[in-house]
Each structure stands twice: as structure tokens, then as C-alpha cells.
Write a protein that binds this ligand. Structure first.
Ligand SMILES: Nc1ncnc2c1ncn2[C@@H]1O[C@H](COP(=O)(O)OP(=O)(O)O)[C@@H](O)[C@H]1O
Ligand SMILES: [Mg+2]
Length: 224
């Protein structure tokens, strides 16, 4: 049963967005167009936005970061579980700046850094109020050959938790990510473009010596 097919939930650019009520809960279908790729200057032959969103999900799953489950339907289409949490934009607008939790933020930044995420604005993450957790969604703008940009929630964390920035974080996500062989990484994120693959390997290498949120911020700011 389609719940909404027009103008909801449409904050971004994806040309088709449909929300379905199914026996296994709400599912969100997205279909990107050629135009979506042109506008974002993404070469479809290297990986469509749908493929990139699916690869990002596969990597998150591999390293144990919680994100909605994504299914790849065809080159331009994904379906994912719809989680009933507000996104960061809605939360900030209605309530204010969220409380954030160091390990969750560290894990999300690690994921966003390594995947080279360029689009983590406040409507591209959900906020679980109870666990004070950020949940990345819409990770389609990833694995490009350039470095990502600083996620919105990281700006919030940096301002609110200045005294916690340089703490070394113990994280299973970190351990799992750096326990991945290059072969396993390639199986999980099968990039076809060599520049994109080399950029991914380079970002992983840089993150390995970044055990605190401050270290990760410095990667974005290109400091040692
Ligand atoms: N899996 C999900 N669960 C709950 N809300 C979601 C989910 N994915 C996206 N949303 C919400 O829908 C909005 C639009 O989806 P998004 O994937 O960002 O597509 P686009 O940016 O192309 O419109 C998001 O800003 C967010 O509010
Ligand atoms: Mg979006």
C-alpha cells in the first residue's frame, strides 16, 4: 500500500520517492534519474547513486554501524526500511540541538570520512532521541574521488562537547573497519573506477591513525 507518493518525503532531489506500508513495516523506495546524476556530476558508468547508496549500506553492515537496511532493486532503484525517527533538520527546528553520544558520533564520522560522504546535511541523518544516536540515511553521495565534507552532526558535536573532542574512543566499528582486508573491502564496495578505489583506500589509511573525534575533524581540515 503506497502511503505517500508526492512531495513527501521530499527534501532532496531524488526523482521518485514512494513510501509503502507492507507486512514487514514501512519501506521507502527511491528511483534516481539520469538528471540527478548530471546535476551531481556523477558518471553513471562508475556507479549510480542507487549503487553508491547500496554499497554504503553494505559497508555499514560489514563494520557494524546501524543504518536502515537497503535492498538494491535495479541500477537506479533502492528500497530501504523506513525508521520512525525525525531527521536532524526536523529535530533542530522543532526542539533544538540534540544531545550526542561520543562513540556513536565517532562511528558515524568514521563511516562518513571513509566513504567520502559529501552530502551529510541535517536532513540526511535521523536522530534517535532515546539512545541519543545519529543514524545516517541517504548515503548515496559517496565513494567519489574527492574527500568528503564535514557532516552537520559533527559541527554540532564540536561546538557542544569541546572538552570531549580529544578523547581516544574505543569502538567496535573502528576495530572491524581496520580488520577488513583490501580484498573484503573490494567485495563490499566493488568500485569500478580506479581513481575512486584509490581514494577509498587512501581515506581508510588516513583514518587508521585517527582514534579520536578531534583527529577525524583534523582529517577534514587536512591537518596532520
Ligand atoms: N530510512 C529512512 N527512515 C526514515 N526516514 C528517512 C529514511 N530515509 C530518508 N528519510 C527521510 O526522508 C527524507 C528524504 O530522503 P532521502 O533519502 O534523503 O532522499 P532525497 O534527499 O533524495 O530526497 C530524508 O531527509 C529523511 O527525512
Ligand atoms: Mg537526502
Amino acid at each position: 500500500m503506497p502511503l505517500a507518493t508526492q512531495n513527501y518525503p521530499s527534501r532532496g532531489q531524488t526523482s521518485v520517492q514512494e513510501l509503502y506500508q507492507t507486512e514487514i513495516g514501512k519501506l521507502f523506495l527511491k528511483r534516481v534519474s539520469e538528471r540527478n546524476h548530471e546535476e551531481c556530476q556523477i558518471d553513471v558508468s562508475s556507479g549510480t547513486l542507487a549503487e553508491r547508496e547500496f554499497w554504503a549500506y553494505c559497508l555499514a553492515k560489514q563494520i557494524g554501524l546501524f543504518v536502515p537496511q537497503v535492498w538494491f532493486l535495479d541500477t537506479f532503484t533502492t528500497v530501504q526500511t523506513w525508521l520512525d525517527y525525525p531527521d536532524g533538520h526536523i529535530y533542530k527546528t522543532s526542539t533544538g540541538i540534540m544531545d550526542l553520544e561520543a562513540r556513536n558520533i565517532f562511528d558515524c564520522v568514521l563511516f562518513d570520512w571513509v566513504t567520502g560522504q559529501v552530502d551529510r546535511h541535517d536532513a540526511n541523518y535521523l536522530y534517535d532521541l532515546k539512545g541519543c544516536n545519529v543514524i545516517p540515511v541517504d548515503s548515496a553521495h559517496s565513494f567519489l574521488k574527492y574527500e568528503g565534507s564535514m557532516p552537520d552532526y559533527l559541527h554540532l558535536y564540536e561546538i557542544k562537547y569541546t572538552d570531549k573532542l580529544n578523547r581516544k574512543i574505543k569502538s567496535n566499528v573502528f576495530d572491524k573497519l581496520f580488520g577488513l582486508s583490501e580484498k573484503k573491502l573490494k567485495e563490499t564496495v566493488p568500485l569500478r573506477n580506479d581513481h575512486e578505489w584509490n581514494a577509498l583506500v587512501d581515506r581508510v589509511k588516513k583514518a587508521e591513525s585517527a582514534p579520536s573525534i578531534e583527529n577525524l575533524i583534523n582529517l577534514y581540515r587536512s591537518k596532520k
